[in-house]
Design a protein around this ligand. Structure first.
Ligand SMILES: [Ca+2]
Length: 412
């Protein structure tokens, strides 16, 4: 029994050993299979990567092709540019003499400009004695300016025909217009309303013609005596004598100037400003009325401020026979039909169709509509003078002016 039992145990052990050996073999086979499977998976992954790399490679090859094409084009462009540059180089080499000639010319022009007088007075000092259009170059201007220079005793040419019926009729209109244009004048106005209405045109005409002529003879003689020592060199800033140039214009046009210096024109506020900036200036206003009476208003001080200050007027030191029609505008800005810079609640320039240093509005309006609106208030007569010819001119202040007293004409 015991030996049988032992035999059984022994067999059972051997069986277990065989089973264990079998299991071990199976396990090692499994391990081998696993390794083989892993290797297969790795190969698959590598193949996928290889395919991806091949795809990328094709893309890169495409890009390289395109880059090659671009490089080729750039090369061609550079070749063309090189040719163009070479052509330009030869052109520039050909231009070099021209450039030096141009620089030389520029230098010559600069030298000449340096010698161009800054105003008519400069020409006068150099001995130019003929009243005519000259080229002047005021300080600070960007280009030369044509200006009419008055070099001798000179008056604008006007016909000596007696005033026509039309003029007389217009004169009557002007007087009414002048009154109405000043309707919002306050006590600053020099003109007061003595209400002697101009009852007859005939009276008006007689008075105008008579006093005008007498005034011209007497006053001209007195002024001539004064002027002998210092006659010319006047730069004309305004001139009207034919009515062919329209003076109802914008602020910008008055700034630039308009018309022809050989005839009717406004020199331009910017140039007038620069002329009165470079020297202390005096102003002379010569006028002839519709009855051929000659009038002068002279100011020992005349200055026009810059554009930033709307070309404000600074005027004073009146003498003459026309009476002081401009001091009323002293310290007033310049107004035009499109620029209301006056002191009035109305628009003086628009209302009067002119451009002036209006206040409330004016006692002189030499840029008003020709014939009917070119007016100057004569304080002695307490009446408006209607002008058909006006010249305004300036020059550096004559230093002996203060010492030499200009006779005041008798105002009756
Ligand atoms: Ca106003």
């Amino acid at each position: 029994m015991d030996s049988l039992h032992i035999q059984l145990l022994y067999n059972a052990n051997r069986l277990s050993a065989v089973e264990a050996a079998l299991l071990n073999r199976t396990l090692s086979q499994c391990r081998r299979t696993t390794v083989e499977l892993q290797q297969a998976a790795t190969v698959l992954t590598l193949r996928e990567k290889q395919q991806g790399i091949r795809h990328d490679l094709m893309g890169l090859q495409e890009k390289v092709k395109r880059i090659d094409l671009s490089v080729y084009r750039v090369h061609n462009t550079m070749k063309a540019q090189e040719t163009a540059i070479n052509t330009l180089k030869s052109d520039v080499a050909g231009l070099k003499p021209t450039t030096s000639q141009l620089l030389h010319l520029q230098q010559e022009v600069d030298n000449l400009l340096h010698h161009v007088p800054k105003d008519c007075h400069g020409y006068y000092q150099r001995g130019f004695m003929k009243s005519d259009v000259y080229v002047i170059h005021p300080n600070l201007v960007t280009q030369s300016v044509r200006a009419f220079c008055v070099m001798e005793m000179w008056e604008p040419e006007v016909s000596n025909d007696p005033p026509s019926a039309l003029n007389i009729a217009r004169g009557d209109v002007t007087q009414r217009q002048g009154r109405s244009s000043n309707k919002d004048d306050d006590e600053r106005s020099n003109r007061d309303d003595n209400d002697d209405e101009d009852d007859e045109d005939g009276n008006n005409k007689e008075r105008g013609a008579g006093v005008g002529r007498g005034s011209r003879r007497d006053y001209a003689a007195e002024v001539f005596a004064y002027d002998q020592s210092y006659v010319g060199g006047w730069t004309v800033i305004q001139r009207r004598d034919a009515g062919r140039v329209n003076f109802t214009r914008s602020f910008a046009e008055y700034e630039r100037g308009f018309g022809d210096p050989a005839g009717e024109h406004w020199l331009g506020n910017e140039v007038i400003h620069l002329l009165t900036l470079q020297d202390d200036c005096e102003l002379r206003v010569l006028m002839r009325d519709v009855f051929s009476g000659v009038w002068e208003a002279r100011y020992s001080k005349f200055k026009v401020a810059s554009k930033a200050d709307n070309y404000r007027l600074h005027v004073g030191g009146y003498h003459g026979n026309a009476s002081d029609g401009l001091s009323y505008s002293d310290k007033m800005a310049f107004s035009a039909v499109d620029a209301d810079n006056d002191a009035s609640s109305s628009h003086c320039a628009l209302y009067n169709g002119g451009a002036w240093w209006y206040s409330h509005c004016h006692v002189s309006n030499l840029n008003g509509p020709f014939d009917v609106g070119m007016v100057w208030f004569n304080r002695a007569w307490q009446d408006w003078l209607q002008m058909k010819t006006t010249v305004m001119m300036i020059r550096p202040r004559h230093h002996s002016l203060d010492a030499f007293s200009v006779p005041e004409p008798a105002e009756t």
